[in-house]
Design a binder for this molecule. Structure first.
Ligand SMILES: Nc1ncnc2c1ncn2[C@@H]1O[C@H](COP(=O)(O)OP(=O)(O)OP(=O)(O)O)[C@@H](O)[C@H]1O
Ligand SMILES: [Mg+2]
Length: 303
């Protein structure tokens, strides 16, 4: 079976502790509440695409622990194929521990766990390359090498999209070259693009520099302002939808779902970016990265 989209990135269980205070050195605080949710940028985008009716799968790594089970079950429940998930005999599944006090201040600790231990030899290439599009997001550590190796084997007809996030852009453009040369669609926010291409200042120069890597579509996400999308010959600036924003967690991942969906449905870059803005607007109206992600019927109504 050929899947429509496979996501390849870190899989994390997010634990958000509401605390009376964020304890500093030698201080003590207590936990008032705990909420758990499944995260990881690629997984969020893949869940969005599955809700939109596409056949989806994930490549990632989990430990043989409860967290790993929860991560896998969450994807299965969203109708995502999990055959590409590697289960490690040792090590912890990835977790993110967030502490939020009564004023909303946050402290975050990431435990990448086995996310950072993916070897290309563990990936079933037949599974990984039997897709219309491969969507890549970041890893903290060395698993970027497995992504690079996978791309060395990728057939021309498989499209590649990349959302590098802060983790990859801070590595610098040289470190990302191998991936960028294989990327068709770059989905990035404005600040990340500035960091990736610093010290360039002029937007046209930035766009040309990116397109010189062979990237066919560049989307620059601009938060509540919307986005810019270009293929080098046409550039569009699209306003975000005016909605009641409650939580922007996962807005960028939701945007990616909408944009990729549009492209795979044969829409042009402007139409696809509109769908991206729409899916992201559904996301920000609810709490959490995936709660508000819409179904195909809602998206097919937008004009
Ligand atoms: N307040 C808002 N109202 C409506 N839409 C929004 C709002 N904030 C963000 N969006 C939508 O979400 C999209 C992605 O947001 P943003 O530019 O913050 O991406 P990002 O920084 O990659 O997000 P993330 O922090 O999830 O990685 C925007 O292009 C826009 O469509
Ligand atoms: Mg982002």
């Amino acid at each position: 079976m050929t899947l429509d989209v496979i996501g390849f990135g870190a899989l994390n269980l997010d634990r958000l502790f509401q605390v009376n205070q964020i304890a500093c050195k030698d201080e003590e605080g207590y936990i008032e509440n705990l909420t758990e949710s499944c995260g990881g940028s690629a997984a969020n985008t893949i869940i969005g695409l599955s809700r939109l009716g596409l056949d989806t799968g994930v490549i990632g790594k989990i430990g043989s622990d409860m967290e790993g089970k929860t991560l896998r079950n969450n994807l299965s429940n969203e109708d995502v194929n999990t055959d590409g998930i590697i289960k490690s005999g040792e090590g912890r599944s990835g977790t993110v521990h967030g502490y939020v006090d009564r004023k909303g201040h946050r402290a975050l600790y990431v435990d990448p766990g086995v996310n950072d231990k993916i070897d290309i030899r563990e990936i079933n290439l037949e599974y990984a390359l039997n897709t219309k599009l491969l969507h890549l997001t970041s890893f903290v550590g060395e698993s970027i090498k497995a992504q690079e190796s996978l791309l060395e084997n990728i057939p021309d007809q498989v499209m590649v999209s990349l959302d590098p996030g802060m983790i990859y852009v801070t590595k610098g453009i040289k470190s990302l070259e191998k991936i960028l040369y294989k990327t068709d669609i770059l989905l990035i926010n404005q600040m990340e693009l500035d960091i990736l291409l610093s010290p360039l200042k002029d937007l046209d120069v930035k766009i040309n520099t990116i397109l010189n890597y062979g990237i066919k579509m560049l989307v620059m996400k601009q938060g509540k302002k919307g986005c810019l999308v270009t293929d080098g010959s046409k550039t569009h600036l699209l306003d975000a939808y005016k909605v009641d924003c409650h939580d922007t967690t996962g807005a960028g991942d939701a945007f990616n779902s909408g944009f990729i969906y549009g492209i795979l449905e044969g829409k042009n870059i402007k139409e696809s970016a509109m769908i991206g803005n729409f899916v992201a607007s559904c996301c920000v109206q609810e709490l959490g990265a995936t709660t508000g992600l819409p179904l195909k019927s809602a998206v097919d109504k937008i004009r």
